[in-house]
Design a protein. Sequence first.
Length: 326
Amino acid sequence: MTWRCKAAACFALIALSACGGRVDAVDLPDGGSPGSGPPDGSFPDGGRPECGAPAAAVDGGLQLGSVQLVSIAAGWWHTCGVRAEDKTVVCWGSNSAGACTAPPGSFLQVVANDGITCGLHPDFTAECWGDVGRNGTPPDRTKYQSIGAGDGFGCGLRQADANIECWGPEAPSPSSGPFTVLAVGYFHVCGLRPDGSAECWAKDPPQFGEASPPPGPFTSLAAGNLHTCGLRPGGTVECWGNDDFGETDAACGSFATVYAGADVSCGVRADGSLTCWGADEDGQTTVPGLSFEPLVSIGDFHVCGITSAGVAACWGRNDEGQATPP
């Protein structure tokens, strides 16, 4: 578990709104030029990113890719996406345990966490790569509507019966379905019932109420490290759980989608603008002034999303090249 400082300096780039949320997009200092980085292409620690990532940018700066993507997933130190052209997976950042070495074949969806990546094939079966010894592998022939990756486990929403099935040595035990939405966090997993009520289960006893949702209805859910957010029918966001960095202080207004990660939450509005709130020591919640598809993923210290132009935009910590998309 990564703990962050709570000093005032950590929040120097955050402006509070009346709802406790954060301001919308601002221009980032490097101007967001594609592939920009240190003039000599070096990295702060002298290392190089694996998986063929381009040179890393200064932490916090916007990086734009050029490859068209249809899905994106930010892990702790790596990021993966599904190419629009051939539906193969491309990854960038640290290749710890092989999480960045995607298998051949086509995919519909990709998800990631610490040292693990999983993808959903066109036949709706799931495949995982990376530290599968610690996180487990999904059943071979089970078909899923969607999947998610946690710490020491993974889960999928089954097509056949709308039950949530989890695998791995630390897998939680969800209640019987049916469920319409699956949200997998670092320590817990949540599901949305057809009536809009939410239920959550944790691999360990919950510490901050992240697995204790308020009464519904909700239309969508997003699970982070130690917090969870839900989208109400009117488009407002409500979050619960740990709030050390303001990650549950949801921004005002209406959203089309909501996302949660490590101490950060984000929402995409109907006009494609993105708002994030929570920890910002690496610029995670200082979002670029771009229009986004409802495809955003929050890693440990970085955030990536697919813009309306279909390419990846990433910002935040980039010491392993995890925020420098192809």
